[in-house]
Design a protein around this ligand. Structure first.
Ligand SMILES: CC(C)(COP(=O)(O)OP(=O)(O)OC[C@H]1O[C@@H](n2cnc3c(N)ncnc32)[C@H](O)[C@@H]1OP(=O)(O)O)[C@@H](O)C(=O)NCCC(=O)NCCS
Length: 216
């Protein structure tokens, strides 16, 4: 069956979405196995708590889980990480990750406007999306020194690399959006303009296609 991204809703999750947590965690674990990469392990309680706190973005097609990410502040709210991005295989390449990531970015910017946003990833798709939003590659030394954040890496298969290098290097690429950096702000504005225009064009094309279909 072909999937249509217009039928997929992207929203801030709440308590009512706890029923999706186990599916989300299983999808993350399965994807890490397929990619052969490390992944920070999270518990059901941890993700459910993030939902209660309004820090989770979820994508749904009706009742079916179609995408997830969450945000969390670290280092006395000076930093915010977006983590755990996942889209189930059957929903990939429809632009869902982009929508989920963008929603998480907007949520983080609204909640903590002065915080530096960061993302650790080994995936080129995420690096691409981060770059579009205005993130720049940085060294690990430019990230939070909050011990609680780095504890999250303990479940990763590459954790020994992080330990061995005194937390200066690892397999993931670190990317940072600094609201005090005018280059990041310029990207953010540019992305908003492009995003609005793309949505407009998409809607116009969809309506046109619907009209043509109705005539047949
Ligand atoms: C990475 C992932 C979230 C992408 O989800 P998706 O909904 O298919 O992505 P989108 O359709 O929104 O595409 C976003 C961008 O990434 C690119 N992209 C998507 N999958 C890609 C891949 N496997 N390799 C390279 N680029 C990719 C797309 O081309 C698009 O870029 P564009 O706008 O320049 O064309 C999904 O493949 C996934 O869940 N993978 C496993 C988990 C994972 O890697 N998570 C990230 C951990 S940091």
């Amino acid at each position: 069956m072909t999937q249509d991204s217009d039928e997929i809703d992207v929203m801030v999750a709440d308590e009512s979405h706890e029923k999706y947590v186990d599916t989300i965690l299983q999808t993350i674990e399965d994807a890490a196995k397929v990619r052969g990469t490390g992944i920070a392990k999270r518990t059901h309680e941890y993700v459910a708590q993030k939902m209660k706190e309004g820090k989770v973005i979820i994508a749904l097609k009706g009742d079916e889980f179609a995408g997830f990410t969450y945000i969390e502040s670290w280092g006395n709210k000076q930093y915010v990480a977006t983590s755990g991005l996942i889209v189930p295989e059957k929903f990939r390449h429809l632009g869902i990750a982009k929508r989920v990531k963008h929603a998480a970015f907007q949520l983080a910017r609204l909640r903590w406007p002065k915080a530096k946003l960061f993302s650790l990833t080994s995936g080129s798709a995420v690096m691409k999306m981060n770059t579009e939003l205005g993130y720049m590659p940085v060294t690990f030394g430019d990230l939070t020194d909050d011990e609680a954040f780095w504890k999250g890496c303990q479940g990763c298969i590459n954790h020994d690399v992080l330990e061995r290098t005194g937390r200066r290097y690892c397999i993931c690429t670190a990317m940072l959006f600094d609201p005090a950096d005018p280059r990041c702000l310029m990207h953010e504005e540019l992305f908003e303009v492009l995003h609005k225009r793309t949505e407009q064009i998409r809607t116009e094309m969809y309506e046109k296609a619907k009209e043509q279909y109705a005539k047949k």
